[in-house]
Design a protein around this ligand. Structure first.
Ligand code: ATP
Length: 268
């Protein structure tokens, strides 16, 4: 079965931003007129160099701009067809959104099990629902099952990244925002993170993936946006972007290896 046939849904997109602009006070807009779409069941990448505005887009979607003294200055954000432009972050979580923040952001003094519990908190699980959610997450990230009693601060960088992903999954999101999950990880661990993203998506979660590792991101995405100076510079399928020599030269140099970008499923 083709990737499209296996994943595509006729419903509204998981995420739709229309002409979104956002910034931080007097500095002006960090993101301008950004329209992007994550269809349900897809992995879509948001790529670009340092300072391009990728994290600002994530904050605009999650409703966390205010926490960073930023604000939306224009445009509209929809989750699963519902207008969420002015909604609080907690309302967006209830609509099915979860975010896995850049820099792993686990609680170092808490155990793995306790970190997972904080991820389930928003759902207010009762009875066996918490255990069921945790078991489901641990089937996707089985390595964490052996580390439940270990303090998160003692985990390796790769294990902390797995934990950050697992914690975000505890709310059983329908749309997961992932901010640079490969950052600072060894190539072998980046491969593991990539495989985990693929399995999360195969279990039905739509994903907006922010990455500087364009090769890794494109290899598992159905579509990508390239951000430069807060604006969309180019967008398209991985195959189309790779065929553009200027884009390939400017954006596709970074990666775990020198292998060509091959979208998942292209060889099947
Ligand atoms: P990186 O890949 O380095 O994380 P990015 O593409 O995620 O970068 P953003 O973090 O969104 O980019 O930053 C976009 C612009 O907004 C930058 O010029 C940055 O300095 C600025 N910016 C980000 N956060 C704030 C803030 N809290 N206050 C003021 N300016 C900010």
């Amino acid at each position: 079965m083709s990737r499209d046939a296996a994943h595509a849904s006729d419903g509204p997109p998981a995420l739709l931003t229309t002409s979104v602009s956002a910034g931080y006070g007097a500095a002006g807009n960090a993101v301008t007129d950004l329209s992007l779409r994550v269809p349900q069941g897809e992995v879509v990448s948001l790529l670009g160099p340092n300072g391009a505005g990728k994290t600002t887009v994530m904050r605009a979607v999650s409703g966390l701009l205010g926490l960073h003294r930023g604000r939306l200055t224009g445009g509209r954000v929809e989750l699963f067809g519902k207008d969420m432009t002015g909604a609080r972050a907690s309302q967006r979580v209830r609509a099915g959104l979860a975010q896995c923040l850049e820099g792993r952001m686990v609680f170092p003094g808490l155990t793995v099990a306790e970190n997972l519990a904080t991820g389930g908190h928003v759902r207010r699980y009762r009875g066996g629902a918490f255990t069921a959610a945790r078991d489901e997450v641990l089937t996707l990230l089985p390595r964490l099952g052996d580390l439940l009693d270990r303090k998160a601060g003692y985990l390796s960088g790769g294990e902390q990244q797995m934990l950050a992903i697992a914690r975000a999954l505890m709310s059983r999101p329908r749309l997961l925002l992932m901010d640079e999950p490969s950052l600072g990880l060894a190539p072998r661990i980046v491969e593991q993170v990539r495989d985990i993203i693929v399995s999360i998506n195969e279990h039905g979660t739509s994903i907006l993936l922010v990455e500087q590792n364009a090769r890794m991101a494109l290899s598992i995405s159905s579509y990508a946006y390239l951000l430069e100076g807060g604006r969309v510079y180019a967008e398209g399928t991985p195959a189309a972007l790779e065929q553009d020599n200027d884009i390939a030269a400017a954006y596709l140099g970074a990666g775990t290896g020198t292998e060509p970008v091959v979208p998942r499923g292209a060889d099947s």
